[in-house]
Design a protein around this ligand. Structure first.
Ligand code: BMA
Length: 326
C-alpha cells in the first residue's frame, strides 16, 4: 500500500487502541467509551462536542457543557493521558486586550487550533443568532476574545493550522437561527484573524449527508492533501442523524475537493450515540494525530450528552476515501 504521511508533529503518547479483532470498519471505537460522562462536573446536564489538543507532553481541552437550566458554556480541562479528564467547574473567562474580563465563554461546539505561536478557539457564539466566536491564548489559561468572524447565522467555524498563501483560513457553514434543515461548507480567508473574506464554496450536502454538512476537527495536513473529517446529516421520518464523513482537499487551494468519500466513515450505532438528549448524533470536534505512526484519535460528542473517542489510521483512511470517492 502507498504510504501516506501526516505532515506535523510526533505524538508518542496519543491515546490509542488497535482495531478490534474481526472489525473491518475504517474508524473504530475506544472500548471504554464514553470517556466523559454527562454529570462529570457539578450542575452539568451534559458534556459533549468538545475539542482537545496536545500540550507539554499532556493534553488540554475546551469542553461544551449544558447545565440543568440548558445554558451552554465552554469549560477548560486537562488530562495526562487524553482519556481521563479533569474539567474545571466554572465556565472559562474571556478577556479583552486591556486585560479586562468581558464575560465567560457562552455557546457551543468549540474547536481549538494551534497556529504559529498561540491557541485559537472558535465556537458557536451568539450575536443576534449563532455566529463564529474567536479567542486566543498563549498559555491555555487566559483567553482573549476577538471580534466574531462572520455575520449571523453561521456555525462550524474551523480553522486551518497554518497560513496558506499568506492567509489564515477558516471553514464555516452558513445556517439559520434554528436547527437548520440545509447547509453547505464554505471557506473564508483572512490576513489578520479579524477581517474575513475571499469566500470560497467547498462542498455541498449530498448523498448520505443530504440535509447539511459542517467541518469537524481541524484539517490534518498529509502528503495527499488536507484530510478533512466532517459531520453530515440526513433527515429521516424520526429526525436527523449525524454521521461522520471524510474528504481530501487541495493543499494550496483547500476549497478544491480532490476526493470525497461516498460512504460515511462513522455512524451512530452504540447505545451512548443513539440514546441521550439528542439521539443518533456523532459530532467530531477534534483529533490528535501522530506523524510517526499515522495514528489518529477522533474526539466526538455522542447524542449531545457525552464525549467519546474513536481511532483510525491515516494511510488506511486516505486509501478508503480514494477507493470510495464520490
Ligand atoms: C447542531 C449543534 C450541535 C449538535 C447538533 C445535534 O445544530 O447544536 O451542537 O450536536 O445540532 O443536536
Amino acid at each position: 500500500m502507498e504510504v501516506i504521511m501526516i505532515i506535523g508533529a510526533n505524538l508518542p503518547n496519543i491515546p490509542w487502541q488497535e482495531r478490534p479483532q474481526g472489525c473491518n470498519d475504517i474508524v473504530w471505537r475506544y472500548s471504554n467509551n464514553p470517556i466523559i460522562h454527562r454529570h462529570q462536573i457539578p450542575g452539568a446536564n451534559s458534556i459533549f462536542n468538545s475539542a482537545v489538543v496536545a500540550k507539554d507532553g499532556a493534553f488540554v481541552g475546551i469542553f461544551r457543557s449544558d447545565d440543568k437550566a440548558m445554558q451552554q458554556h465552554l469549560f477548560l480541562g486537562k488530562s495526562q493521558n487524553g482519556i481521563d479528564w479533569d474539567i474545571e467547574h466554572d465556565p472559562m473567562p474571556l478577556f479583552n486586550q486591556k486585560e479586562e474580563q468581558v464575560g465567560v465563554a457562552c455557546g457551543y461546539d468549540p474547536r481549538v487550533c494551534w497556529i504559529e505561536d498561540r491557541y485559537y478557539v472558535t465556537w458557536c457564539n451568539n450575536y443576534h443568532g449563532p455566529t463564529i466566536g474567536v479567542a486566543y491564548s498563549y498559555d491555555f489559561k487566559k483567553f482573549y476574545q476577538l471580534e466574531n468572524a462572520f455575520l449571523p447565522f453561521n456555525r462550524n467555524g474551523v480553522m486551518f493550522p497554518r497560513k496558506i498563501n499568506g492567509k489564515y483560513m477558516m471553514f464555516s457553514r452558513p445556517s439559520d437561527n434554528g436547527h437548520t434543515p440545509f447547509g453547505d461548507m464554505y471557506l473564508s480567508q483572512s490576513p489578520d484573524m479579524e477581517h474575513w473574506g475571499y469566500h470560497r464554496y467547498v462542498m455541498k450536502a449530498e448523498g448520505w449527508a443530504w440535509t447539511k454538512i459542517g467541518a469537524g476537527p481541524i484539517p490534518i495536513e498529509t502528503d495527499e492533501g488536507w484530510l478533512l473529517i466532517f459531520h453530515g446529516v440526513g433527515t429521516t421520518c424520526n429526525g436527523m442523524i449525524y454521521s461522520m464523513g471524510a474528504a481530501i482537499l487541495d493543499i494550496d487551494e483547500p476549497w478544491k475537493v480532490k476526493y470525497r468519500c461516498k460512504p460515511f466513515i462513522f455512524h451512530p450505532e452504540e447505545i451512548y450515540e443513539c440514546v441521550g438528549d439528542v439521539p443518533n448524533v456523532t459530532f467530531p470536534c477534534a483529533t490528535l494525530q501522530d506523524a510517526a505512526t499515522g495514528r489518529i484519535a477522533i474526539y466526538y460528542g455522542a447524542a449531545d450528552t457525552v464525549v467519546a473517542l474513536a481511532f483510525t489510521q491515516v494511510d488506511e483512511l486516505i486509501k478508503y476515501i480514494k477507493d470510495n470517492a464520490l
